[in-house]
Structures are given as structure tokens and as C-alpha cells.
Ligand binder design. Structure first.
Ligand SMILES: Cc1ncc(COP(=O)(O)O)c(C=O)c1O
Length: 403
């Protein structure tokens, strides 16, 4: 991958803010010119409402939305664009499924013990409001998903298995295909939280056989405010829409409403057209580079940084230590310093931006008695030179503050 060429597509690097190291990509990535232009085209050229009005501007919006839906379907290995619903983010997709399923007494959900709050809090709510039972797969201290523990936890009452595909703190990826097969053998549905997986690896929802797959476009070069929910046609039919209203129904009477088939039933209300169109451009951009290339690049940067940080005394890398098991994520702590202090000092002293705290994965930290961690996360425009600057900055910070 020609990183210098990639960087030229990202306006921030040629702006007055350009002298930065941005390693907060697991939170949100930068956007290339191609995405910004595609999103802006909507506002410049055809700023109308899709799907409802019949005039030619509206028709153009509808065509562009259909194109984006097809591109995203294709990007995740799905031939049927009607299985792709646009949401406002990954969180909404996870909520849509969790709250749209119909439960009977005794039904349970199985998650890991290290889910992002977006795949934890909706189930907490359902435990209180509907009595859905919670079951957890415990993660060993090496951070690697325990398939045997998963099998043991899969009791008959588990209606749905809802797991993080790639974890946002440890960077580990679960063996999704095996998980789906085992869960289906037990009669459970499977939803994957792909927020940290879809930006960094080739996703093939049909190959995985998963029922629901949710992710956010802003973590993969797309505009803010767009999420994607893949809902397999059969499984999606049983999901009640989370948001109801205009655009999601074929006909209403004073006392009844008939919902449209997916994806419209899940997309009531006027959509983020510009964002959806920009999302189509984002997957075009990623496809041109190639997801294998992206994965290799992330791993190369992570390996470089890991090796160098391991040489610094007082640095504790969150397990697993092997960078090949952590994709683009590098979580660590500096003995004696809080993670927010680490992040603020790196930014103030060296314009190196990382994330700190509990990363919306509170139970992971509280159950382990850790109050957070610093997290660097890499993407296509990051370079080895930036990694060197990051390592120098961390090393300088340790020297200064460990005295
Ligand atoms: C693993 C994981 N799941 C879910 C989310 C929620 O994504 P969003 O805030 O875009 O809905 C995130 C965001 O960081 C995440 O890392």
C-alpha cells in the first residue's frame, strides 16, 4: 500500500493542522476527499428527499441511496441489498435487533464479559423490562475468546448470541464462523457487533452465516451519523422496527399500520442522505485499497509499536501481547500514571492523539480492578514515521514523569 499516496487524499494532512499523529482511529477515522465530495454532492446538486416525492431531484436521491446500499451489501458479501438497513450508528443497529425481537419467558441472551456498552446496556434494559436472562462467556486473562467456555454457556434457553466481533480494548477477534455454526446448532440466533471488525478485515456475512451484523461508517472513512445493520432476510422478518413512522409503512388506518418489508420498515423518518451517499464512497475507497492490504498495514504498525513499547520499563501492554492477535489496537498503561494523563500529555507535548479511559467497556475494567487504559489505534494513513514519533513521545513521558 502506498501510504504517502493515501495521505494525499486526506485533506487534514495538508491543512494547517497537518502536523499531528492521529492514533484514535478505533473511535473515528478521518475521511478522504472522495468521501467528503460524494457527501457534499448531495447538498450541492440534489438536496431533496428520497423515496417519497416523485420529482426528478427526489428520484436522483433514491437512485444514489440504492447505489450506496448495493455497494455496502457487496462490501460485506451480501447479494441482497434489502438485507442492508441504514441506521444512525452501530449502537442503533444493536438496539434495533435487541429490542425488536419477541421474547418468551425464560429467554436468555449470551454475550461475552467484555462487550462495549452498546452491546451491554440494551440487554441490561431488556433484563429489567422484559426479564431476558443474561449469560456471559468469561474471557481468560490472555484476552482470547474461549470457544469451550462459549459451548458450555450455550444452554437451550439462549435465544440470541450477541458478541463483539473484534474487541475495542483488546483488539482480539472471535472465531465468528465457528461461533455462528455452534450457536445455530443450539437453535440460537447470532448478532455480531462489527464496529471494530468491518473497518479492518474482509467481512463476508453470508460466509459467516450470521443473522445480524452491525457497524458504523465513521470508523471506516465514512461520514458521522451512519450505521449499517445487516439483517438476514428470514431473521429480519421477526424484528419489530425500533423507530416507527413515515417511510416505514405502506398504509395506516386510525387503528392499524402495515409495515413495509425490510429495509424500509427499519428506516422510518427522513434519512441522512448525504451520509449514506458518502458511505458508498467510503466502501469504494476501502475496496480499491483492499481489506487484506489494510489488515497487513495495521498489523505492521502495531508490531512496530509493540516491539518498541515493550522495551520501555513501566509500560504494561494489555493482553494479548502478540500484536498479530490485536489487529489495529494497542492498549497499554504507564505504571504510576492515569490513562487520561497519558493521553493529555501526549497530545499537549507532541500532538499525538490517542484514546484513554474505559472505552465504553466498563465491566471489562471494573471486573479486573483496572481504572482504564491508553489506546492507540491505527489506520491506512498512519506511517512508521508516526509510530516512531509516538514511541519517542511515550518514552519521553515515562522519563519525565517516572522520576
Ligand atoms: C466494539 C464497539 N461496539 C460498538 C460501538 C459503538 O459504535 P457507535 O458509537 O458508532 O454506535 C463501538 C464504538 O466505539 C465499538 O468500539
Amino acid at each position: 500500500m502506498d501510504v504517502e499516496r493515501v495521505r494525499r487524499d486526506f485533506p487534514i494532512y495538508s491543512s494547517r493542522r497537518g502536523d499531528i499523529v492521529y492514533f484514535d482511529n478505533a473511535c473515528q477515522t478521518f475521511r478522504p476527499r472522495q468521501v467528503i465530495e460524494a457527501a457534499n454532492d448531495y447538498y450541492f446538486d440534489f438536496p431533496a428527499c428520497g423515496g417519497r416525492s416523485v420529482h426528478h431531484l427526489a428520484t436522483q436521491v433514491s437512485i444514489k441511496i440504492d447505489e450506496a446500499r448495493e455497494k455496502i451489501a457487496h462490501f460485506i458479501g451480501c447479494a441482497n441489498p434489502n438485507e442492508i438497513a441504514f441506521t444512525k450508528n452501530c449502537t442503533e443497529g444493536l438496539n434495533l435487533v435487541a429490542k425488536g425481537l419477541r421474547y418468551k419467558k425464560g429467554d436468555a441472551v449470551l454475550t461475552t464479559d467484555m462487550e462495549h456498552n452498546s452491546n451491554h446496556v440494551p440487554w441490561l434494559q431488556l433484563a429489567t423490562s422484559v426479564g431476558v436472562k443474561r449469560k456471559f462467556v468469561k474471557t481468560p486473562s490472555d484476552g482470547i475468546f474461549d470457544l469451550e467456555a462459549f459451548k458450555r454457556a450455550l444452554s437451550k434457553d439462549v435465544k440470541i448470541v450477541s458478541l463483539v466481533h473484534t474487541n475495542n480494548v483488546t483488539g482480539t477477534t472471535i472465531p465468528a464462523k465457528e461461533v455462528v455454526e455452534i450457536a445455530h446448532d443450539h437453535g440460537a440466533l447470532v448478532m455480531l457487533d462489527g464496529a471494530q471488525a468491518a473497518p479492518h478485515m474482509k467481512i463476508d456475512v453470508k460466509g459467516l452465516g450470521v443473522d445480524f451484523y452491525a457497524f458504523s461508517m465513521h470508523k471506516m472513512l465514512g461520514p458521522s451519523g451512519v450505521g449499517v445493520l445487516y439483517a438476514e432476510e428470514g431473521a429480519g422478518k421477526d424484528i419489530e422496527p425500533l423507530i416507527t413512522g413515515g417511510g416505514g409503512v405502506s398504509l395506516t388506518e386510525y387503528d392499524s399500520a402495515t409495515y413495509l418489508p425490510a429495509p424500509d420498515r427499519f428506516e422510518a423518518g427522513l434519512m441522512n442522505y448525504s451520509g449514506v451517499i458518502g458511505s458508498g464512497a467510503a466502501v469504494d475507497y476501502l475496496s480499491t485499497i483492499g481489506m487484506e492490504e489494510i489488515r497487513d498495514h495495521d498489523t505492521a504498525l502495531n508490531s512496530f509499536v509493540t516491539k518498541r513499547l515493550m522495551e520501555i520499563e513501566l509500560i504494561r501492554i494489555l493482553e494479548p501481547v502478540d500484536p498479530r492477535k490485536r489487529g489495529s489496537i494497542m492498549s497499554f498503561n504507564v505504571d504510576g500514571l492515569g490513562s487520561h494523563d497519558v493521553a493529555m500529555i501526549l497530545d499537549e507535548m507532541d500532538k499525538v492523539m490517542i484514546r484513554s479511559g474505559m472505552h465504553c467497556t466498563h465491566p471489562f475494567f471494573t471486573s479486573r480492578g483496572i481504572d482504564g487504559c491508553a489506546r492507540a489505534s491505527f489506520y491506512i494513513y498512519n506511517t512508521i514515521v508516526e509510530c516512531e514519533r509516538f514511541v519517542r513521545a511515550v518514552s519521553g513521558l515515562v522519563d519525565t514523569f517516572s522520576m
